[in-house]
Design a protein around this ligand. Structure first.
Ligand SMILES: [Ca+2]
Length: 493
């Protein structure tokens, strides 16, 4: 009996020890797993894509601007990498953003024009979705424009990989920088501005202008990056400066509506010029605030910041283009397929990773962001995109050039452009029977001389490419193919 009791006690003690040891093992395993997970997150950099709206290549000091000082973005370029041959996704807002989000060039993109009735769908895999699935927390702050509460709900930011959204869903609504509401996720957030509505798409202008949307976006962006989390983040900060308020321009003759003219208040210029310059100076300060905040938070070394613009400069504020030379050395503005419409400022900043003071001639486009972000996040994805990862260039390594970049434009008749080997630009208006205009952008930066006759083999190569560059889309039937496109409309161009 005594022996049996002792046996039970011994057995119990043994079981207890085994159990305790197992618990210890489990604790160690859990700790290792947690450290491993957080370690993986710590290695993946935070990603911030800051985008101006309709800011030209030539509108920043570091790209040759002489009239409007932009010390903060110039500093960003000085501490980072300034790209000289970077292209937007398109020559206007919506399609450019679609290329950015999906990594597909315009020949394959869902949204190929500013037509509001087309948005992203469930079938699209946005870069935000890829990052969200890779463990990032994600936010879109500012202008979205790829889906709204009008039958294109599948394209809403929350369905395209963003944990949260604050801003404009509709492009026309975004013309007014003093709106009476903005969207916070699915709800309208009222603002104290008083607005005269114009048209049915949310456009208008303020008669009482108190809250400036880009100021609110800057505050929100800074708040988002400051939140404590073990996850890395992706911030898509899509400001609306220096886009014009077209409706205000039509009604009052001044589309450059800012809270104040700042350093330009006393300039002997028309109000539109003062407003335009003040808008750019203001957006420059937002960028400065963000870089400073990242440094204060101690996360700058683990954060890649991109600054760029969604397309070339506009002329819709009634401001004087000759004063600002917004396209820099290029020809054309927004809505052109010459470089003035699509070559954009593009600066990468990542202290300790992106070489400081570097200049990159790599020829890239917005389609490259998707694979670049996916690589940096170590995301597992089988989705095929048109762009390439520019991580080697960002880290100061050499990178093979892309054979072709492609754009198309659907306003005023169909036109296409392709850049071959980063040098030869072919532009064609109308159908395949139309001839190609060929520019040698290396020796003719302003695209003034058509060299198609001198280089027929290159013109032919680009012509062949234009035929196969695009997939058909019922939403984007080229005018020359459309049954309701009268011939005389083509001749009008
Ligand atoms: Ca734009």
């Amino acid at each position: 009996m005594f022996a049996t009791e002792r046996g039970i006690i011994v057995a119990w003690n043994l079981s207890y020890r085994i159990l305790t040891a197992m618990k210890q093992c489990w604790k160690i395993f859990l700790m290792m797993w947690l450290v491993g997970t957080q370690g993986a997150h710590a290695q993946a950099p935070n990603l911030i894509w800051i985008m101006a709206d309709d800011l030209g290549y030539g509108e920043l000091g570091c790209y040759g601007q002489k009239v409007i000082p932009t010390p903060h973005i110039d500093r960003m370029a000085k501490e980072g990498m300034r790209f000289t041959h970077y292209y937007s996704g398109a020559t206007v807002c919506a399609p450019s953003r679609c290329v950015l989000m999906t990594g597909l060039h315009q020949g394959h993109a869902r949204v190929r024009g500013n037509k509001a009735a087309v948005g992203l769908t469930k079938a699209d895999v946005s870069v935000a979705t890829v990052l969200q699935q890779a463990g990032y927390r994600t936010a879109c702050i500012g202008k979205w424009g790829l889906g709204e509460h009008d039958g294109t709900e599948e394209g809403l930011p929350k369905h395209q990989g963003f944990d949260r959204f604050f801003g404009y869903l509709n492009h026309t609504h975004a013309h007014n920088h003093f709106p009476d509401y903005l969207w916070r996720d699915d709800a309208k957030e009222k603002l104290p501005n008083v607005v005269v509505p114009v048209g049915a798409k949310g456009g208008g202008y303020a008669t009482k202008a108190v809250a400036y949307a880009d100021d609110l976006f800057a505050d929100e962006a800074l708040k988002f990056v400051s939140e404590k989390s073990t996850k890395p983040f992706f911030l898509y900060w899509s400001m609306v400066s220096p886009h014009a308020n077209n409706e205000r321009q039509t009604a009052l003759g001044d589309g450059a509506n800012v809270p104040d003219y700042g350093d330009f208040a006393d300039k002997p210029w028309p109000v539109q010029d003062r407003g335009h310059a003040a808008m750019i100076a203001r957006l420059d300060r937002y960028v400065g605030r963000m870089l400073e905040q990242l440094q204060t938070l101690g996360i700058a070394q683990n954060t890649l910041v991109i600054f760029t613009s969604d397309n070339g400069p506009h002329k819709e504020s009634g401001h004087d283009l000759t004063r600002f030379q917004p396209s820099g050395p290029f020809t054309g503005i927004k809505r052109s397929l010459t470089d003035g419409g699509i070559r954009v400022p593009f600066i990468a900043w990542w202290p300790g990773k992106v070489p400081a003071g570097a200049s990159a001639e790599f020829v890239g486009s917005f389609a490259d962001w998707w694979p670049t972000a996916a690589e940096l996040a170590k995301a597992k994805t089988s989705t095929k995109v048109d762009g390439v990862s520019i991580v080697p260039t960002l880290l100061g390594k050499s990178q093979a050039p892309q054979e072709f970049l492609y754009w198309e434009f659907h306003e005023g008749g169909f036109s296409q452009a392709a850049l071959y080997q980063g040098r030869w630009k072919g532009i064609r208006r109308g159908g395949p029977d139309q001839t190609i205009v060929l520019y040698d952008t290396e020796n003719d930066i302003a695209e003034k001389t058509n060299v198609a006759a001198k280089h027929p083999e290159i013109a032919r190569k680009i012509s062949d490419y234009l035929k196969q560059a695009r997939t058909e889309s019922p939403d984007w039937v080229p005018e020359w193919k459309s049954t309701d496109a009268p011939k005389k409309k083509q001749q009008k161009r």
